[in-house]
Design a binder for this molecule. Structure first.
Ligand code: FES
Length: 181
């Protein structure tokens, strides 16, 4: 009987511990993220030099970088949250607001502007029913403007996730978008 009670007590305490662990994992870095960040730290002279890679690792898992993620990364890299936040907001490929499953970056710099990126933007607005900064209702796409994507001789250009599309035309948009739906 006593043993039963002890077992029950032990089980309650295990539940409390695993609940607390679950809550922590929800808000802070996972073991997988820590391992990946540790790998990056090992390749740089000091922890803070791994901040961009740490942001990318967490973003790859969670799509975007919340304030909780900023705080967790800061604590892990022994930096202040403000320092991590300034890096996160400086890099336009780090998202500080929720985004869809796929992010479309449409170049609006000079070469693409001259090569009628506006037509592509208009077509995307019509097809997806969103404007810059917005996400489709099914959470599939977020559309963002982006500075030069580095292929000005093939303007207009856009990027979806890590895929770069050059010489984009309105007619090829459906084919491109279909790959992600
Ligand atoms: S201006 Fe668009 S890729 Fe360079």
């Amino acid at each position: 009987m006593i043993e039963q009670k002890l077992n029950k007590k032990q089980s309650n305490s295990d539940n409390t511990a695993s609940y607390a662990e679950g809550v922590l994992k929800e808000h802070y870095l996972t073991d997988k993220e820590r391992t990946a960040i540790d790998h990056e730290i090992a390749m740089v002279p000091h922890k803070s030099a791994a901040v961009i890679e740490a942001l990318k690792i967490v973003q790859n898992n969670r799509r975007w970088i919340s304030d909780e993620s900023v705080n967790a990364i800061a604590a892990y890299l022994q930096m202040s949250p403000a320092e991590v936040d300034s890096v996160a907001t400086f890099y336009n490929l780090i998202f500080r607001k929720p985004v869809g499953r796929h992010v479309i970056l449409l170049c609006d710099s000079i070469s693409c502007y001259v090569m009628k990126y506006g037509d592509i933007y208009t077509a995307l607005q019509e097809k997806l029913r969103i404007r810059f900064g917005e996400t489709t209702g099914d959470d599939c796409f977020t559309l963002l403007p982006n500075a030069c994507l580095g292929c000005c001789d093939h303007a207009p250009a856009l990027m979806i996730d890590n895929d770069l599309y050059k010489d984009v035309t309105v007619t090829c948009l459906d084919r491109i978008l279909k790959k992600y739906t």
